[in-house]
Design a protein around this ligand. Structure first.
Ligand SMILES: *[C@@H]1O[C@H](CO)[C@@H](O)[C@H](O)[C@H]1NC(C)=O
Ligand SMILES: *[C@@H]1O[C@H](CO)[C@@H](O)[C@H](O)[C@H]1NC(C)=O
Length: 257
């Protein structure tokens, strides 16, 4: 009996996510709320998902005092990729919109003292229809590390919630294996909530630094209030799972000037 208790305690310790990141709630800027999947750089060059957008935001975050106030992550969301992986199986950024590639962008963002976050999806495709990480998790984690990425948002389109409870921790394993600390943001509980059940927040907190558990925010009071209400209800007592290294994420706004 004593042995059994000992094993349980050891497992609990081994399971806790310990990548040193997100000791306080991480702060930054994410493109989705304002810029969505706008890929039309021909007609809308100032608002399309492109390296220029993230470089401008990095400039603003440094020059306008956001970095000094603690907003350190510049986060890319969906629609940054080319529609196909490269011949080596690796993800590639859209060559027209990111002509210098993601490594260049990471170097630029780092030169400002900021960090670069990127987006992928746990399923076969991202929500916008770009290549997902299913069957490629190890390679994608390594690719992100090679590029100098500091944070990964892993969405959950084109997959099932049954797969997520094993799959999201596997990505955490591969992120860790790269040796590069990358903040891990999981959309896993949001999909569980949308299915009408209560997420297993304990195992989510064991694998993820932050996690989305409700709908995307948009430019409306209704959206904002819906998120406030959801957090006020605290269904499943998710507030009790927040602490250094692991936090609930009510989503990020991305205002522009
Ligand atoms: C990997 O996990 C180990 C054990 O939790 C931890 O000590 C280490 O800092 C992690 N490394 C990275 C790069 O996340
Ligand atoms: C709380 O979760 C339960 C189970 O998933 C669900 O039936 C109920 O509608 C939720 N309540 C609120 C206020 O969201």
């Amino acid at each position: 009996m004593n042995n059994l208790i000992f094993c349980v305690v050891v497992l609990a310790v081994v399971n806790a996510l310990d990548n040193g990141l997100g000791r306080t709630p991480p702060m930054g800027w994410l493109s989705w709320e304002r810029f969505r999947c706008n890929t039309d750089c021909l007609n809308d060059p100032d608002n399309c998902i492109s390296e220029k957008l993230y470089m401008q935001m990095a400039d603003h975050m440094e020059q306008d005092g956001y970095l000094a106030a603690g907003y350190e992550y510049v986060n890319i969301d969906d629609c940054w990729m080319a529609m196909e992986r490269g011949s080596d199986g690796r993800l590639v950024a859209d060559p027209k919109r990111f002509p210098h590639g993601i490594k260049f962008l990471a170097d630029y963002v780092h030169s400002k003292g900021l960090k670069l976050g990127i987006y992928e999806d746990f399923g076969t495709h991202t929500c916008g229809g770009y290549p997902g990480s299913k069957f490629y998790m190890e390679l994608d984690a390594q690719t992100f590390a090679d590029w100098g990425i500091d944070s990964l948002k892993l969405d959950g389109c084109y997959s099932g919630i049954e797969d997520m409870k094993d799959g999201y921790p596997i990505m955490e394993f591969y992120l860790n294996k790269t040796g590069r600390p990358m903040l891990y943001s999981c959309s896993w509980p949001a999909y569980v909530v949308f299915s009408g059940t209560i997420p297993n927040y304990k195992s989510i907190a064991n694998s993820c630094n932050i996690w989305r558990n409700y709908a995307d925010i948009d430019d409306s009071w209704d959206s904002f209030k819906g998120i406030i209400d959801f957090y006020g209800n605290d269904n499943g007592s998710f507030s009790s799972f927040a602490g250094p290294g692991h936090f609930n994420d009510p989503d990020m706004v991305s205002l522009k000037e």
